[in-house]
Design a protein around this ligand. Structure first.
Ligand code: ZN
Length: 321
């Protein structure tokens, strides 16, 4: 069973260590370096191309292009579905195989803390994933009951953080540039660990996204947090912190394990379920899924109509496993 007690203290100690070591780091490729204001970048190293070597002018141009492309993806947070769809297949695979649970441990004023087990090669036994809901204030004010508001909130854009090294060294820069970081921002380009800027989430964040998408327990906890904030206006009341008890956490982590699935995989599953013959012929299901994905990228009237028709057909069938 994953231990959830003392999570807040443990997380703040890890964040403190992270901040201290970041302050001492002297091999950071800064935005000023990328803008070409200093030549210090040329003394640094990169793994672009597969081997460790000194950074050249050409690399700097490539980094600049990658960083600019990321800037064009800037938004206020990422939805759980976007996080899964934008992730690398390798990270999705790790989340499926190595991280079996993510427990909502603490909720307060639109911020949630999840505790996940760590992977097989980790130095620590658990990791902490933070999820901030930028739309929380709106959900509190939204007419309707708290559970309905919670159901909307789990589909809304999120800001994220994880205390693992994968997040820290490879992904935090990307997530910061996309406007989706929940904790310390990172503006140093990951020249050694992820020069191509691929991926968006670690296995712990991915597992957490699945819980947000599918868990009624999680929605109920979010509803409690909304209720707590709504009742704050009652004279004398304080905002309550919602914590999950050990017994509740054990019950949740013993529940069924949800699979991490991209939007395309979900479509393919529902197509297979809708058309039993297509399940024997997986290429048909895959073809339809990629058609839907292609249509989603287009905005002309015919494509939009086709997409809506296909989605309407899909919705008549429950999503398959
Ligand atoms: Zn992580």
């Amino acid at each position: 069973m994953i231990k959830i007690s003392g999570a807040l203290g443990a997380l703040s100690a890890r964040r403190n260590d992270d901040l201290q070591s970041r302050r001492l780091a002297d091999i950071i490729l800064t935005p000023e370096d990328l803008a070409g204001k200093t030549s210090a970048a040329r003394l640094l190293q990169t793994t672009l191309g597969g081997v460790v070597r000194h950074i050249t002018n050409k690399d700097l141009d490539a980094f600049k292009r990658n960083a600019k492309a990321l800037g064009s993806k800037m938004r206020t947070g990422l939805t759980a579905a976007e996080v899964i769809d934008l992730s690398r297949p390798a990270d999705l695979e790790r989340a499926r195989k190595e991280i079996r649970s993510s427990i909502a441990a603490r909720l307060h004023k639109g911020e949630m803390m999840f505790v996940t087990p760590s992977g097989p090669d980790s130095k620590v036994s658990r990791h902490f994933v933070s999820v901030v809901f930028p739309g929380f204030g709106g959900a509190v004010a939204h007419p309707g009951n708290a559970l309905q508001a919670a159901a909307q909130l789990v589909k809304s854009p999120l800001k994220l953080d994880c205390d693992c090294e994968h997040w820290r060294y490879r992904l935090r820069y990307i997530v910061t540039a996309m406007g989706a970081n929940a904790a310390r921002p990172e503006n140093g380009y990951p020249k050694l660990t992820n020069p191509q800027l691929v991926g968006v989430a670690c296995k712990h964040v991915l597992r957490t996204m699945v819980e947000l998408q599918g868990s009624l327990f999680v929605r109920k906890q979010i509803a409690k947090m909304i209720d707590a904030d709504r009742s704050r206006l009652t004279p004398g009341a304080k905002t309550r912190v919602i914590t999950v008890s050990r017994a509740e956490a054990d019950k949740v982590s013993q529940g069924r394990v949800r699979t991490v699935r991209t939007t395309n995989e979900k479509y393919a599953a529902s197509i297979r379920k809708a058309m039993p013959k297509a399940s024997a012929d997986t290429s048909t299901a895959a073809e339809l899924a990629s058609t839907i994905a292609a249509l989603q990228k287009r905005s002309d009237i015919t494509s939009t109509a086709l997409l809506q028709a296909l989605q309407a057909v899909m919705q008549q069938y429950p999503t398959g496993k």
